[in-house]
Design a protein. Structure first.
Length: 235
């Protein structure tokens, strides 16, 4: 099993907004990669337009450009550069065939203690462990050896060599699984599947904050792409 993970937001109990993690389980690498290439090719001009510095009516820079392109050459897809219409378009395009499954994790910042927020790497790892335990024990995800791949730019330095050992120890000792987890950190610009996780994390983050993506969330569920959502702390 191959899981690709990215996030949206920050772990901080001073924020009203949540922190979101998207887990993409790729079912068909070749076909999903082709879909991504077609999306970029068919939307190239619009993507380039979106990847510009954006200033509000007061002249304040609210979005930094040059995240998806470098010197006019396409680099990678970034959900933070998408506008509402592009996010909706992406969900429609990427879910026409079931080439992957999606799992969401939501951390409700308002319910976090100061102690948890002292170490965001630990909070991230702990929540991921809880979510994987839930997905495996409820048979929502396959119980098999797993390669987890994350964007190295979101990497928490102190957790680089910790997460793999932590997952293997905790999930085994708690009798969740006897399978092995391998964790790798990659440059997302070289990995289209992490880019998918990035965009879908942003879609869910935007939905939680605006409730303007109900159709997209329903589409993810109706097309059997979104398998489960896990929230922490539990209410």
């Amino acid at each position: 099993m191959n899981l690709f993970i990215d996030e949206s937001g920050s772990i901080n109990n001073k924020l009203e907004t949540p922190f979101v993690i998207a887990i993409v389980n790729v079912l068909d690498f070749k076909k999903l990669n082709t879909v991504i290439k077609r999306f970029v090719t068919s939307r190239f001009k619009k993507l380039k337009e979106l990847d510009q510095d954006f200033y509000n009516s007061y002249g304040k820079l609210t979005k930094t450009g040059n995240q998806m392109f470098h010197n006019g050459k396409f680099k990678e897809l970034k959900g933070s550069q998408f506008d509402k219409e592009m996010k909706k378009d992406f969900v429609e395009f990427i879910t026409k065939k079931k080439y992957f499954e999606l799992y969401y994790l939501k951390i409700d910042n308002k319910l976090l203690t100061d102690k948890i927020c002292e170490n965001t790497a630990r909070a991230f790892n702990y929540t991921l462990k809880l979510a994987l335990s839930y997905f495996i024990s409820h048979k929502l995800i396959c119980d098999e050896n797993c390669l987890i791949q994350l964007d190295e730019r979101n990497e928490r330095t102190e957790a680089r060599f910790f997460l793999e050992n932590y997952l293997n120890t905790e999930l085994c000792l708690n009798n969740i699984t006897e399978k092995h987890f391998t964790v790798k950190y990659l440059d997302s610009s070289d990995n289209p599947f992490i880019q998918i996780a990035d965009i879908l994390a942003n879609v869910y983050y935007s939905h939680l904050n605006t409730l303007n993506y109900e159709d997209e969330m329903r589409k993810l569920k109706d097309r059997k792409i979104l398998i489960s959502e896990f929230s922490f702390p539990s209410r």
